[in-house]
Design a protein. Structure first.
Length: 158
């Protein structure tokens, strides 16, 4: 089933979506650390915007965009998390959300989108590279679990 054959909707997440988001984060990012708790903190942060992906009117994924501080970096925004439920992966939904995250960032005037991806997460690396992100640097023991990450960046055109 291609993305065009299914009913998809992307909208700002509400408090009623938080349980789904925390559960998916805990599952999808378990190897990197206690992301159910970490994402809980991000959901409560007023500098982070979370968007929920629905497929056939059911929660199917999410992404989170957050400001980068200190203040001199305010023209940058970070894609803090992006995840699709396992049963729907491989259908272009991650690519769809990544494209939408870029649109949101551009519309809000940001010039650079940054993300971190685990070095061993080949599907995510492939997704980001295909979307035009470049590896900026390798970060040793970046995640709470001690795993390494790549810092990825993409310049956003106005």
């Amino acid at each position: 089933m291609s993305r065009k054959e299914i009913n998809i909707n992307l909208r700002p997440a509400t408090r009623e979506d938080w349980s789904f988001i925390k559960d998916l984060a805990g599952e999808a990012f378990a190897v990197f650390g206690p992301y159910r708790r970490i994402v809980s903190d991000w959901l409560a942060d007023h500098f982070v915007r979370t968007y929920l992906l629905e497929v056939e009117d059911k929660p199917a994924g999410f992404f989170m965009l957050g400001l980068m501080l200190p203040s001199f970096l305010l023209w940058n925004i970070e894609l803090m998390a992006i995840a699709v439920v396992p049963s729907l992966r491989g259908r272009g939904l991650g690519r769809f959300m990544l494209t939408e995250a870029e649109k949101v960032a551009r519309l809000r005037g940001y010039r650079l989108l940054r993300a971190h991806v685990g070095c061993q997460n080949q599907p995510a690396l492939r997704l980001f590279k295909q979307a035009g992100f470049e590896i900026k640097k390798h970060l040793s023991k970046y995640y709470p679990s001690g795993l390494d990450a790549y810092e990825l960046i993409k310049k956003l055109n106005s």
